[in-house]
Design a protein around this ligand. Sequence first.
Ligand code: FNR
Length: 187
Amino acid sequence: MKSHRPQVAILVGSLRADSINLKVAKSIMLIAEDRFDVEIVQISDLPLYSEDLDATPPVEYERFRKQIADKDGVIFCTPEYNRGVPGALKNAIDVGSRPYGKSVWGGKSAAVISVSPSPIGGFGANHQLRQLCVFLDMPTLQQPEAYLGGVTAAKFDADGTVTEETLSVFLEKIVSAYATWLSRSAT
Ligand code: FNR
């Protein structure tokens, strides 16, 4: 019997072209290659959520909801904005959670990674997101916790590969723990 290769979405909480979170997301894609399939799902085109729009859902909502519904898991890679989750990411989460009773998040195995140049590593945003995962019914990887502090573009080369060994080793550890978490949740 052919075994199912897990399908994972990465949501990046920054819309910035040179985002350090996007760089981390791309590094995770490379590291995960032999363990699960990863797709970065776009959130930048989603209209701000209003239940009124769901009378005739925008194509962007339909596309996003389907992309998440088709996945086994979701990795969040996010900056912290004013000690919280950036608006674009919160909007995407809200879009996926509605219409009422049709949330696409339930049961998806999650991992929360926050990335910041600050030494605190986006702890506030990370824990807000973890709290959202409770309500969204997403079983979330507990360890290792991933508050990636002191991260700047200088830790990546022009191809986006991580050049700092400590960061590279930690990302490998997260991917490995998440792969195990995914396989456990699937049984
Ligand atoms: C920030 N930044 C920030 N950093 C942090 O560690 N804690 C915070 O509360 C905030 N607040 C904040 C608010 C807003 C509106 C912006 C634009 C930025 C700095 C942030 O971590 C930094 O810009 C990162 O580089 C953003 O991540 P990306 O875009 O590089 O992925």
